[in-house]
Design a protein around this ligand. Structure first.
Ligand code: HAM
Length: 421
C-alpha cells in the first residue's frame, strides 16, 4: 500500500518553500528592527507543562495534545511527553530554567517554528502548523503591549497583507476573571438548556468560551447578557485605556471587542486577535495577549509577560498566489553540443566559486527548453555557449531584461557579470 502524508500535515515543495523563506526572512528582519532576539526550544516537552499552563479544561489539553508513546527505546522516561501545541509555555519554562530573571530585568524573544495540535483538519487548520511569535517577559508597561501589537501589525503589512482586523479586549486580572466567571455562571444558569451542546459542557469547565461561541442561539443569549466592563477593577481598566491610547498614538487601527476571550487559560488583561475575511471559518491570522501570572504559576518568579503568535500557513493562504517567485539563479548557462557542455561545466564551477548562483542543463535539452528554464529561475543573465563560442573561446552574455547580447572573453566573464549584478 502506498504511504501518504498524515492527514493535517503538509509537504512544502520548493516553489512554496520560497514563499516561506521570504516570510521568515521578513519576520527575522523585523524582530531585529524591534529589538527581539530569537529563541528556540524543543519540539516536545513534558505534557504536564501544557496541562498546567494552557489549562486542563481547555480544548487543546482535553482533546488536541499529541502525546508521544515512547521517548525512544533506549531512553527511560517516566514522564509523559507531548509535542508542543504552542510556543509560550515552553519559552516560559526555558526562562525559568535558565534563571533569566537574575540576568535581565526583562527580555524580548522572537520565534519561528512548528507546533502540533490533534485537531480535525480543514482549510487553515492543520495538525502540524507553524508560528511566528514573540514573548516579552518581565515588564508590565502598557507600552509593551502596544509595541507587541505594533510588531504583529508591521509583520503582516511587511508580508503584503491588507484588510485584516485587530480585535482587542481586556480580560482584567485574575480577580476580575473570577468575578466574570461568577457573573456568567449566575446569568447563564437559568438559560443553560438553551445553549448548544458544546456550551453546555463549557458551562461546567470553561464558562468564558461561551462568550465567543459561533452558534446563532448562543450568540443571541450572550448578547442579552450585556457583558462589558462591569467586572474589571480600576487598575486594569486604566491599564487597558493606556494600551488603547498607545495604539492610537501609533495610528494602529483596532476594534474593541468585549466578547473576545481566548481559548487558553493563561491570559490576563490585554487579549487580541487578528482576523482576515479571506480565511473563512478559521479566520484568525494570529492572536496574543498578556499572561501576568504564568511565570509564577510554572514555579518561576513573579514576572508579567505579553506576546502573540501568527499562523504561518494562514498567512500563506491569504497571500495565495499573490507572491511573485523570486529569482533563485543569477546566471543560467545554456550549452549546445558536447564541447560547449564541457566548457560550460568548467565555467559553472568558476561562477559558483565566485559566489554567483548558477546552473546548467544536464539532460541535453533543446535551446528553447534551456531558455525557458532560465526564465523560470528568473535568472537575469544567460551565458550562451555554442559551436561558434567554443571556436572563438568566448561566451555570449545575454541580459534577460533588455535582451541585449555581447561577446565576452572567458577571462573577462566573471568580472563582467559581477559588474552587472
Ligand atoms: P493561538 O490563538 O492558539 O495562540 O494560535 C495563534 C495562531 O496560530 C492562530 O491565530 C492561528 O493563526 C494559528 N493556528 C492555531 N492553530 C492552528 C492550526 N491547527 N492550524 C493552523 N494554524 C493554527 C497561541 O498559540 C498563543 N501561544 C499565542 C500567544 C503568544 N499568546 C501570548 N504569546
Amino acid at each position: 500500500m502506498k504511504i501518504i502524508a498524515t492527514r493535517g500535515t503538509k509537504d512544502s515543495l520548493p516553489s512554496e518553500v520560497q514563499a516561506w523563506q521570504l516570510i521568515e526572512e521578513k519576520a527575522r528582519t523585523l524582530f531585529k528592527i524591534f529589538g527581539y532576539n530569537e529563541i528556540r526550544t524543543p519540539i516536545f516537552e513534558q505534557q504536564a507543562l501544557f496541562e498546567r499552563s494552557l489549562g486542563r479544561s481547555t480544548d487543546i489539553v482535553q482533546k488536541q495534545l499529541i502525546s508521544l508513546q515512547s521517548a525512544g527505546k533506549d531512553v527511560k522516561e517516566e514522564k509523559k511527553l507531548a509535542l508542543r501545541p504552542e510556543g509560550t509555555a515552553p519559552i516560559v519554562r526555558a526562562y525559568i530554567e535558565h534563571n533569566i530573571d537574575k540576568k535581565e530585568k526583562y527580555v524580548k524573544y522572537g520565534y519561528v517554528g512548528p507546533m502540533f495540535r490533534g485537531e480535525r483538519p480543514q482549510k487553515g487548520r492543520l495538525r502540524q502548523f507553524h508560528h511566528i511569535g514573540v514573548e516579552v517577559i518581565g515588564s508590565n508597561n502598557s507600552y509593551v503591549d502596544v509595541e507587541v501589537i505594533a510588531l504583529a501589525y508591521n509583520l503582516l503589512m511587511s508580508f503584503g497583507i491588507n484588510g485584516f482586523q485587530i480585535k482587542i479586549n481586556n480580560l482584567g486580572c485574575a480577580k476580575d476573571k473570577l468575578k466574570l466567571s461568577t457573573i456568567l455562571k449566575k446569568l447563564l444558569k437559568v438559560r443553560k438548556d438553551e445553549l448548544c451542546e458544546l456550551c453546555k459542557d463549557r458551562f461546567e469547565r470553561n464558562v468564558f468560551r461561551i462568550l465567543d461561541c459561533k452558534n446563532k442561539d448562543c450568540i443571541a443569549i450572550v448578547k442579552e447578557l450585556k457583558i462589558e466592563e462591569q467586572h474589571i477593577c480600576d487598575d486594569c481598566s486604566n491599564y487597558f485605556r493606556s494600551v488603547l491610547d498607545g495604539l492610537r498614538q501609533l495610528s494602529i487601527p483596532f476594534e474593541v471587542s468585549p466578547l473576545l476571550v481566548r481559548g487558553l487559560d493563561y491570559y490576563t488583561r490585554t487579549v487580541f486577535e487578528i482576523t482576515h475575511d479571506a480565511l473563512g471559518s478559521q479566520d484568525a491570522l494570529g492572536a496574543g495577549g498578556r499572561y501576568d501570572n504564568l511565570v509564577k504559576e510554572l514555579g518561576g518568579p513573579e514576572k508579567p509577560a505579553v506576546g502573540f503568535a501568527l499562523g504561518l500557513e494562514r498567512i500563506l493562504l491569504v497571500l495565495g498566489d499573490q507572491q511573485d517567485a523570486e529569482a533563485y539563479l543569477d546566471v543560467y548557462v545554456v550549452t549546445l553540443g558536447e564541447e560547449a557542455f564541457k566548457k560550460g561545466f568548467s565555467l559553472l564551477q568558476v561562477l559558483r566559486s565566485n559566489g554567483i548562483a548558477s546552473d546548467l542543463d544536464y539532460e541535453n535539452a533543446s535551446l528553447k527548453k534551456q531558455m525557458s528554464r532560465a526564465s523560470k529561475a528568473k535568472a537575469p543573465f544567460v551565458i550562451l555557449l555554442g559551436e561558434d563560442e567554443v571556436k572563438k573561446d568566448v561566451c555570449t552574455l545575454k541580459d534577460m531584461a533588455s535582451g541585449a547580447q555581447e561577446e565576452v572573453s572567458a577571462q573577462e566573464i566573471i568580472k563582467r557579470i559581477q559588474e552587472k549584478l
